[in-house]
Ligand binder design. Sequence first.
Ligand SMILES: [Zn+2]
Length: 117
Amino acid sequence: MNKKEKEFFLKLLEKEKERVFKNLAHAREVIEKSEKGVPTHIADYGTDAFEKNLEVGLSNSESKILEAIDLAIKKIEEGTYGICEKCKKPISKERLKVLPYARFCIKCQTEKEKSEK
Ligand SMILES: [Zn+2]
């Protein structure tokens, strides 16, 4: 991967990071608004717990993405970006354009998902 490509993917990753942060902020806003809108008698029936679950669920998946983005940025700095962590073969640029923080090539990702099911 040349310098231009590295810069391109670094920009993509930073944009993606921004998007995730915005998503998180938006999710918090929705939760805060619904908290204000919930009548106290309903809130007594455990909506609090429900909303906390919702928030935790959201931040879990989002924070995983943020982690993957940071890892990818680190890899760009180290020069190992775009290489599958499993088979060490280059991940296709098309895949990286769609998923710039991909850690595996399509083949390994599919195999991984199959074994997880
Ligand atoms: Zn692979």
